[in-house]
Design a protein around this ligand. Structure first.
Ligand code: MTE
Ligand code: MOS
Length: 707
């Protein structure tokens, strides 16, 4: 392991464990108004009137008419209204905001506002959607020919459900109008510059008049990528109308029922098999975007590109659509459109193997991509692909072959066991040429006369250890102790725009800029003087430019790799599924801090287990989310943590700091495939959807399946 990989105490650890860290809800409320959101209780309707009762002194109600700029929250498109004006498009669509000094009084006013609607027929089933937001497709090789020449053709429909982020801290933002028309925003934010950009449009003021600061944040997982822009715009409009600071902090129910989630999908996979190998795939993907576009465009791009998983399919066609429904807009969630397709392709490959009478692991291994192979989009896997070594490691660690054989012929009894494996990758950074053409990251280091060096980036800490790993990278390059390095919560008035903290890009992209800046500062070091160095992103020369129209080229410069093994036991009396063994091997390049990386692995793996079988979000016929609390939406808790064995395999990335690649999302992405394959063996039934819940196993037996 590289020297840098040894672990240190996290730089943000002290204040958090001592309870001194200030989250947005911890700021005193003196002089700040409580804000609450009036939301649609219809999935689709025309707004005919908003009747507001007489307001006591000091209270305000803001709605679409009060938006000084454009009534659109700029995310990628700006179709998400700040406040719904003519129509509401989902249950929970914000119509107005009430603010005032007394929280109970604000709630009373909220209850007394009457909205008159003219109901319209909502579309809740994505297959019946009337509107395609985005559509992408690409083709490589000769797909039709391969199907025509196949020995056998397979087709399967695979479906995935919603997933709720379940960050510990709910969404919250404070907006403070300052003298001279400036606006200061602070809160639980993943991407401060995104919030600033959204406020420029909604408030119609200059970027320089908006200051956005991240407060200590209790988890994001993608859920605080776009959403703070929406709350930020709403609170800002209300604060400007009131002429006073306003704070909004959601309670758990509001957060679960109205903020973004993982896109559910409905996918049709077809494969041509010749001489025991998959020669072609034809893939059709449908992503349920919900009511507005938010970031469905990039979620769909990643999903479509990754739809063949870690397999070299010489002839393939992929087509993806992201469609509107009258439900909560779905957004980013760890993996960004990829976990859906990795589940689909892993199950599809396992089911083909079963039909061919071969073990899924051997079948999948025979199709693994390797260095130099073409990617789905005719890019190249430029760097080493350690899948075979990772696979070997797990087969040994889990004793897969012996268990797989034993469970195949286990006697029928109350407890049935199974074991399964799955494989995944995660492309680091923005898709295509996004880093070069859209993000254009800038990172800076400021050296002070006393020799301390401050990191200046817009990178946010959400528990993923970024402040620590950034500090380690700079300290290592400067060859100084880590306590010489200063990292503060990002403030757009002080830090350059190094891009959003998404797409597992921070260490690989921004970390490398910091390393280069540190090398420069070291070379030019002048004792006792202030110095500042800035570095800008440059796309590696060998990267094949990606064409967004044809979906051809390198979608990602490099990939992180994952292999997973899950062993489960099912209680045939209760239907209960229990993980009794969990192994994974991940290649994230050089781990910048082993404890941080293992933390990411274990947490991500567990989120994958939840996604596979526990987390189910239900809507009723009127489009209302019923699973709006932790008692209705079960997520893995400490009690569900199995014994997890995490292994690392290091394939250094020459363009990443000290050889590091992205680590943040990878560990969740491929887990459900292993879980469901283990379940299939345990109860001898194939599944094509997640979550596969306890009720699903019970239904299987009720319908005549053998226990
Ligand atoms: N880990 C923790 N503890 N909390 C989080 O909110 N977000 C994940 C991942 N790991 C998250 C996390 C997501 S969705 C991403 S994109 C990455 O961290 C972002 O951080 P990185 O760029 O530093 O990997
Ligand atoms: Mo992560 S889903 O890219 O915020």
């Amino acid at each position: 392991m590289a020297e840098i990989s040894g672990s240190v105490v996290k730089v943000d650890h002290g204040p958090k464990v001592r309870g001194e860290a200030r989250f947005v809800a911890d700021y005193p409320m003196e002089g700040i108004l409580y804000g609450k959101t009036l939301r649609s209780d219809r999935a689709r309707a025309k707004i005919q009137a908003i009747n507001v009762p007489e307001l006591p002194m000091g209270y305000v109600v803001a709605d679409a008419r009060d938006v000084p700029g454009k009534n659109g929250v700029l995310i990628i498109g700006d179709d998400t209204p700040v406040f719904a004006a003519e129509t509401v498009e989902f249950v929970g669509d914000p119509i107005a905001m009430v603010a005032g000094p007394d929280e109970a009084e604000v709630e009373r006013i909220l209850r007394e506002i009457e909205v008159e609607y003219e109901d319209l027929e909502p579309v809740l089933d994505m297959r019946k959607s009337e509107k395609v937001f985005y559509e992408y497709g690409y083709e490589k090789g000769e797909v039709d020919k391969a199907f025509a020449e196949a020995d056998k053709v397979y087709e399967e429909i695979l479906q995935t459900g919603h997933q709720e982020h379940g960050y510990l801290e709910t969404q919250g933002i404070t907006v403070v109008p300052l003298a001279g028309g400036k606006v200061k925003v602070h809160g639980s934010i993943q991407c401060p510059y995104y919030v600033r950009k959204a406020l420029v449009l909604a408030l119609g003021i200059e970027p320089g008049d908006i200051q956005v600061i991240q407060d200590v944040t209790g988890g994001g997982f993608g859920g605080k990528e776009d959403y703070p822009s929406m709350i930020g715009a709403r609170v800002a409009v209300t604060a400007l109308k009131a002429g006073k600071p306003v704070r909004v902090v959601y309670d758990r129910r509001e957060d679960m029922a109205t903020t973004s989630k993982r896109h559910p999908t409905y996918s049709v996979y077809k494969a041509a098999v010749k001489d025991g190998k998959v020669t072609a795939m034809d893939i059709d993907l449908l992503y349920n975007a919900g009511a507005y576009t938010t970031i469905s465009m990039v979620v769909l791009q990643r999903g479509t590109i990754c739809s063949n998983g870690v397999y070299n399919i010489p002839h393939m066609r992929a087509h993806g659509r992201s469609v509107k429904t009258n439900s909560v807009p779905n957004g980013a969630f760890r993996g960004f459109g990829a976990p859906q397709v990795f589940f689909a392709v892993e199950m599809f490959m396992a089911h083909i193997a079963k039909d061919l009478g071969v073990d899924p692991v051997a079948f999948k291994e025979a199709h693994f991509v390797k260095k130099g192979d073409k990617t789905s989009t005719n890019g190249i896997f430029h760097h080493g692909v350690p899948l075979p070594q990772m696979n070997e490691k797990l087969l040994t660690a889990s004793d897969y072959w012996a268990k797989r054989e034993a469970y195949a012929s286990q006697p029928k009894g109350r407890y049935q066991r199974g074991i399964g494996m799955s494989y995944s990758f995660h492309g680091g950074g923005f898709t295509g040429t996004g880093e070069r053409d859209i993000i254009k990251a800038v990172a800076a280091l400021q050296k002070y006369p006393d020799g301390k060096v401050e990191i200046l980036t817009s990178g946010t800490e959400m528990g993923q250890g970024l402040f620590t790993t950034f500090a380690k990278i700079v300290a290592k390059e400067l060859d100084c102790p880590i306590d010489q390095i200063i990292v503060k919560l990002p403030d757009t008035d002080r830090v350059p725009d190094s891009g959003p903290t998404v797409a597992s890009r921070s260490i690989m992209v921004v970390g490398e800029l910091l390393r280069r800046a540190a090398a420069k500062i070291k070379a030019e070091w002048k004792d006792g003087e202030a110095q500042r160095v800035e570095e800008r992103f440059q796309q590696p020369e060998w990267q094949i430019p990606f064409n967004y129209d044809t979906f051809q080229g390198d979608a990602y410069p490099t990939f992180s790799w994952g292999a997973h093994c899950v062993e489960i036991e099912v209680d045939t009396y209760t239907g209960e599924q229990k993980v009794i063994g969990a192994w994974a091997c991940y290649d994230v390049g050089t781990p910048i801090d082993t404890t941080v990386v293992i933390g990411q692995m274990e947490g991500g793996f567990l989120q994958g287990i939840g996604y596979a079988h526990m987390e189910q979000m239900n809507y009723d016929k009127k489009g209302r989310i019923r699973s709006n609390s932790y008692s209705d939406y079960t997520m893995p808790t400490a009690a569900d943590v199995p014994k997890m064995e995490m292994h690392l395999c290091v394939e250094e990335y020459p363009e990443g700091p000290f050889g590091a690649k992205g680590a943040g999302e990878l560990p969740l992405v491929g887990v459900p495939g292993a879980y469901v394959n283990a379940l299939e063996q345990a109860i001898d039934k194939d599944f094509c959807h997640i979550p596969v819940t306890m009720e699903d196993t019970l239904t299987h037996w009720r319908e005549g399946g053998q226990a």
